[in-house]
Design a protein around this ligand. Structure first.
Ligand code: ADP
Ligand code: MG
Length: 567
């Protein structure tokens, strides 16, 4: 027999296994969803490689996954004839976690089971979920086009073994040796109901064995012929996005989301569209409920799953979404791109551009609709992804106005830090005679809220937006107008409240200014070289003085930002 080797899991895998077995206990049956999802991915990958090398099918092009149970042995077996894995791939896929930022993720775990299981959902545990119900797992796999097969075995406790084996068919077979108290899963009936619940949308057939019946006699003595046992598909086995919207239920869309996104959480909303005309494609785009743990990681993969005429081409095609929408998940199925399309071809391609434009508008519309019709859900979205959306005005000039509509701010209306005021709300509340949208940017929400620049606005009852996120200053430098109204920082230049000041106030101000003329001159002399100019101002009501930026100069916030990067 071939030699058996023992290898150790990466530290993170050990942590993950431990955590998962405890925290996902209430949701055990999802192990099957994860394993079927992987089998379907493996079929997609094989079909893709076979586009350029048909021999890989070795006469078996009917890709499917089969599930069977042995109640005596207490095992469940999931086997596919997809791409399979080499020895190296087994080690890297089943012994390590390849995701970027994994170490950081584990640092965030608290030991509090409820909180941690939430996090685990965001992380997605995939294959390892097998250990929720199994006390040992065997994986037998042979990569398409290779002669050697490999067997992986583990009790999920820090180590696994590898051995070379003989395996007749290509693909992967996963055998779960069920825990003593999970033997109920070794039942066809139970397995079938789980597949129907979670995996009906899987595009390849999910098959289970149906026993044959022996020859028998009918009620009138006629002969009923025997039937043979056979593998039968228990799912619909059509790609979900090719089906008609009207025949799809929310639950189907939600389960499909979990499959394409590898997220465990349900999506917040989605849009499914068939586009016809010059460019033809189907898009199914989802907004997640939770930001992934590595949203800010630069190496993080994002983008859509790309299909060409129903054939899977690649994961993470980032060319179809602008960077400020990088949290969008889902897929595209194009009729115009060639089957041999590569990332390089996508890069600089008219079809890509047309689809990207279409998808961008689609997402912005979907968000706008959610903002209008379901404000609570929109708030969830904004709290998770608002910071990313704020990159929009700088990145996407063409959609600036649509993006601006989606922005949410804290404001002096409530003085709360929750960002829930839209520019449209603000405009509706504008004072008679007010023609600008006022805002202040500071390092922190507290500093923004307590800015002395706000005194006059508070006194006059004019709402001011309170901005304190890192990207705010940069965003505002690209957002100067909305709905025909200027956006104006309260710290900039001459504060002209225009017709908001009545005649009497103007007169009083003129008198007040006259009264301090001499003082202003003295302070100006004293501060020569330190400031550009000392001016009389009406903008303060309680504080004696404040620093403002000249109309055309860098704002003080921007100056700090530049200084911090050494400019
Ligand atoms: P994910 O599906 O999110 O990549 P999983 O933990 O579910 O994460 O799977 C890890 C990896 O193991 C997959 O990306 C794939 O490379 C490999 N894998 C798992 N199951 C199979 C399978 N049935 N056939 C081929 N490869 C598989
Ligand atoms: Mg998976």
């Amino acid at each position: 027999a071939a030699q058996k080797e023992t290898l150790g899991f990466q530290t993170e895998v050990k942590q993950l296994l431990n955590l998962m077995i405890h925290s996902l206990y209430s949701n055990k049956e999802i192990f099957l969803r994860e394993l079927v999802s992987n089998a379907s991915d493996a079929a997609d990958k094989l079909r893709f490689l076979a586009l350029s090398d048909g021999n890989l099918y070795q006469g078996d092009a009917n890709l499917r996954v089969r599930i069977s149970a042995d109640s005596e042995k207490g095992t469940v077996t999931i086997s596919d004839n997809g791409i399979g894995m080499t020895r190296e791939e087994v080690i890297s896929s089943l012994g390590t976690i390849a995701k970027s930022g994994t170490a950081d993720f584990f640092k965030n775990l608290t030991g509090d089971q409820a909180k941690d299981s939430q996090l685990i959902g965001q992380f997605g545990v995939g294959f390892y979920s097998a250990f929720i119900v199994a006390d040992s797992v065997t994986v037998r796999t042979r990569k398409a086009g290779e002669a050697k097969a490999i067997e992986w075995h583990s009790q999920g406790e820090g180590e696994y073994t590898l051995a070379e084996i003989g395996k007749e068919d290509r693909g992967t077979e996963i055998i779960l040796h069920l825990r003593e108290d999970e033997k109920e899963f070794a039942s066809d009936y139970r397995l079938k109901s789980i597949v129907t619940k979670y995996s009906d949308h899987i595009a390849i057939p999910v098959e289970m064995w149906e026993e044959g019946t022996p020859e028998s006699e009918g009620p009138d003595g006629e002969k009923i012929v025997a039937t043979e046992g056979q593998w039968q598909a228990i799912n619909r086995a059509t790609a979900l996005w090719t089906r008609d919207k009207s025949e799809l239920s929310d639950d189907e869309y939600k389960e499909f989301y979990k499959h394409v996104s590898h997220d465990w959480e349900e999506p917040l909303t989605w849009a499914h569209n068939k586009v016809e005309g010059k460019t033809e494609y189907t898009s199914l785009l989802y907004i997640p409920k939770k930001a992934p743990f590595d949203l800010w990681n630069r190496d993080r993969q994002s983008g859509l799953k790309l299909y060409v005429q129903r054939v899977f081409i690649m994961d993470d095609a980032e060319q179809f979404m602008p960077s400020y929408l990088r949290f969008v998940k889902g897929l595209l199925d194009s009729n115009d791109l060639p089957l041999n399309v590569s990332r390089e071809i996508l890069q600089d391609n008219k079809v890509t551009q047309a689809i990207r434009k279409g998808c961008t508008s689609r997402v912005l519309k979907m968000l706008d609709r959610m903002g209008k019709n379901r404000p609570e859900e929109y708030q969830v979205f904004w709290n998770e992804f608002g910071q990313v959306m704020k990159e929009g005005p700088a990145e996407d000039f063409a959609h600036k106005e649509d993006i601006a509509k989606l922005l949410r701010f804290a404001s002096t209306l409530s003085d709360e830090s929750t960002q829930n005021v839209s520019l449209t709300d603000y405009i509706e509340r504008m004072k008679e005679g007010q023609d600008k949208i006022y805002y202040v940017v500071a390092d922190s929400f507290g500093a923004a809220k307590n800015s002395p620049h706000l005194e006059i606005f508070r006194k006059k009852g004019i709402e001011v937006l309170l901005l304190s996120d890192r990207v705010d200053e940069w965003m505002m430098s690209h957002l100067t107008e909305f709905d025909g109204k200027q956006l104006r920082s309260v710290t900039r230049g001459d504060l002209d409240l225009g017709s908001l000041d009545d005649e009497q106030t103007k007169q009083e101000q003129a008198e007040a200014e006259k009264a301090v003329e001499g003082l202003v001159e003295r302070v100006n002399t004293a501060l020569t070289g330190k400031v550009k100019e000392v001016r009389f101002t009406h903008r303060l009501t309680d504080s004696p003085a404040c620093v403002v930026t000249d109309e055309n100069d860098m704002s003080s916030q921007m100056a700090k930002l530049m200084a911090s990067v050494g400019q």
